[in-house]
Design a protein around this ligand. Structure first.
Ligand SMILES: Nc1ncnc2c1ncn2[C@@H]1O[C@H](COP(=O)(O)OP(=O)(O)OP(=O)(O)O)[C@@H](O)[C@H]1O
Ligand SMILES: [Mg+2]
Length: 250
């Protein structure tokens, strides 16, 4: 089955320090699972390690995508298996246009060679779907992009790569109300029935558009509470203080 991610009792260290201390979670096909939690709780570390970022060492547990253990695989291999991670701080790559970048990425992930004309037609179609200006195509990747434009480029990348499971790390941060709506609608339009989404966010607003099936609270490298979309609303109102003591229990 496609769109199924299972993280089993994972522990993650960076530079010899344990950051994620035994986390299990599951994104079933078609589900939206949200992770919320204060700054520094290990959310991005978890996302990066699931994607296979070499800076993060998985010291225990495993990551299973569509029944296959990804833990020994590289970032590129995981992308080919259908995993996608948005970038919290996408970097500018000199001299690479969005169009070229996305075509190279799609060809690599899907193991095909789509020519420029074919690809540009696909790109135009996706840009229309996501209400992104066609002028975007020839701009250099993230160079001089506003925060909102970077986020739209991320969603365009999601639409072009058509992953099995997408991890969206703060795709909503820094967006104005209208851009947030465009991005949320873009995710909705891009989703297939099976695509699993793991969304990391500090805010409820995007979750009003993309209603999560499950919400996890992460604190000090652990999941301390799991609930429904109501939990996200409660967190926005009352903060994380009442969960703080739960996170220090070994
Ligand atoms: N590569 C790294 N090397 C050393 N420490 C790291 C590394 N990456 C993250 N950390 C540390 O791990 C902790 C968790 O960081 P992480 O970025 O995962 O938090 P987060 O929950 O995503 O926070 P935010 O909400 O601010 O994005 C922090 O104390 C951070 O300094
Ligand atoms: Mg983060």
């Amino acid at each position: 089955m496609k769109g199924h991610l299972k993280v089993e009792n994972i522990r993650i260290a960076a530079q010899g320090k344990e950051i994620v201390k035994g986390v299990s979670l599951e994104v079933k096909p078609g589900q939206i699972v949200a992770i919320m939690g204060p700054n520094g709780s290990g959310k991005s570390t978890l996302a990066n390690a699931i994607m296979g970022h070499p800076e993060y060492e998985v010291t225990a547990g495993k990551i299973v995508l569509d029944g296959e253990d990804l833990t020994p695989l590289s970032v590129d291999q995981r992308a080919k298996k259908g995993l996608f991670l948005s970038f919290q701080y996408p970097s500018a790559i000199e001299g690479v246009t969005i169009s070229n970048f996305l075509r190279t990425a799609r060809n690599a992930v899907k193991n095909i060679t789509m020519n420029v004309i074919e690809f540009n037609n696909l790109l135009k179609e996706k840009m229309n779907l996501l209400c992104i200006d066609q002028k975007f195509i020839s701009r250099y990747l993230n160079q001089g992009f506003s925060g909102g434009e970077k986020k739209k480029a991320e969603i365009l990348q999601l639409a072009i790569l058509e992953p099995s499971v997408a991890i969206l790390d703060e795709t909503d941060s820094g967006l104005d109300v209208d851009a947030l709506k465009v991005v949320a609608e873009g995710i909705t339009k891009t989703r297939t029935k099976e695509m699993g989404i793991l969304i990391i966010t500090h805010y409820c607003r995007i979750l009003d558009y993309l209603k999560p099936d499950v919400v996890h609270v992460m604190l000090n490298g652990r999941i301390v509470k799991t609930g429904s979309s109501e939990l996200a609303k409660e967190l926005e109102k009352s903060g994380y203080a009442k969960y703080q003591k739960l996170s220090v229990i070994q």
